[in-house]
Design a protein around this ligand. Structure first.
Ligand code: FDP
Length: 340
């Protein structure tokens, strides 16, 4: 029987691993609760007059809103109370939060509690993203070896999309499924099992206002997306860019195509954060059959963070488009090697 709630699906996955402790299932359940509270906070924010309240800057120097900090607290409370996490990393907090009394906890969880929050006042979709690792050391205070992990090491990841409906997409080793919240009864119902990204799409998503700052091969790839070769077969290529990461990545995951935030002169290392944005989304995309690269010669999943708030350029989407991007990059590098 197909499970029809998040709870059923998580139990089904758990039962497929003989001897599973149910700890990861507990974390997902708690993340589901944090997401429901955050969804409610967002829905009420206009009436409660909390929508535009600002509260200083986050560790990356960006203006943070009351809602950013509230969402961060929602995730922190939900996860810390499980007793299973030794360390929590939030976009809104400096450094790493070592959970008091839980130093032996098995999991490290990184999250962007409210991504795209500059879009809230215009009622555009925003999201939360989470990444879950099991620690490397056995016990005691977690070390850098436990915390500064690549996407390759993830055991589970997901995102929540607060849009016309609230949708939680959860991926673990063998599956990636979407669940839609019924707000009347607070239940996550499965709405899209076994998500697979099309092998090629027709959607191009990037902030073109930064185009003059891109590397030449990014421009060449972008121009190619407007040729007959790309749109000649199948549907005509179409530009779709929200400027809110989860909305852009979810559309790309479901419909195919490519979404990019490449490195440029303004953001030499890209803008998107590695540990709680790029890595979990790349890991999910790979499970759905897509690809994700940095555009500077690395698979996002292999990129090693040097600190928890590192950034990373992203080029992600259908395998066809990302492979083509890599062709342009390699050709440009080869040509320029000859002159260096
Ligand atoms: P925001 O600054 O609104 O929080 O990661 C942050 C992010 O949004 C992403 O959601 C979005 O994809 C990106 O920044 C947009 O940045 P630009 O406005 O520079 O294109």
């Amino acid at each position: 029987m197909t499970p029809d709630t998040l709870f059923d699906r998580v139990l089904e996955i758990q039962s497929s691993y003989p001897g599973a402790s149910g700890r990861l299932s507990t974390l997902i359940d708690r993340i589901g609760i944090a997401a429901k509270v955050t969804s409610n906070d967002l829905n009420r924010s206009r009436m409660a007059d909390t929508m535009n309240q600002t509260e200083g800057v986050n560790p990356s120097g960006e203006l943070s809103k009351w809602l950013d900090n509230k969402a961060s607290d929602n995730f922190k409370k939900a996860l810390a109370s499980t007793g299973l996490c030794c360390a929590l990393i939030s976009e809104e907090e400096d450094g790493v939060h070592i959970v008091p009394g839980n130093e032996d906890g098995q999991y490290v969880v990184a999250y962007d509690p409210l991504d795209g929050s500059s879009n809230i006042d215009i009622n555009v979709t925003v999201g939360s993203i989470f990444a879950i690792w099991t620690r490397v050391t056995k016990a005691g205070k977690p070390t850098d070896e436990d915390i500064l992990r690549t996407g390759r090491d993830l055991v589970a990841a997901g995102y929540v999309m607060y849009g016309p409906s609230t949708v939680l997409v959860y991926a673990c080793e063998g599956s990636i499924d979407a669940f839609t919240l019924d707000p009347a009864i607070g239940v996550w119902y499965m709405s899209q099992p076994d998500i697979k990204i099309p092998g090629r799409g027709n959607t191009i998503s990037v902030n073109t206002a930064r185009g003059h700052l891109w590397m030449p091969y990014v421009r060449q790839f972008y121009d190619w997306l407007h040729t007959e070769e790309y749109s000649g077969v199948g549907k005509k290529a179409s530009g779709r860019h929200v400027g809110s990461l989860i909305a852009d990545v979810h559309r790309t995951m479901v419909r195919g195509g490519v979404h990019m935030y490449p490195a440029g002169e303004d953001y030499p290392n890209g803008k998107i954060r590695l540990m709680y944005e790029a890595a979990p989304l790349a890991w999910m995309l790979e499970r759905a059959g897509g690809k994700a690269v940095t555009g500077t010669g690395e698979d996002i999943l292999d990129k090693q963070p040097s600190q928890v708030h590192d950034r990373c350029p992203i080029i992600l989407g259908s395998a066809y488009e990302v492979d083509k991007f890599e062709e342009f990059r390699l050709a440009w590098e080869k040509e320029n090697e000859a002159f260096s």
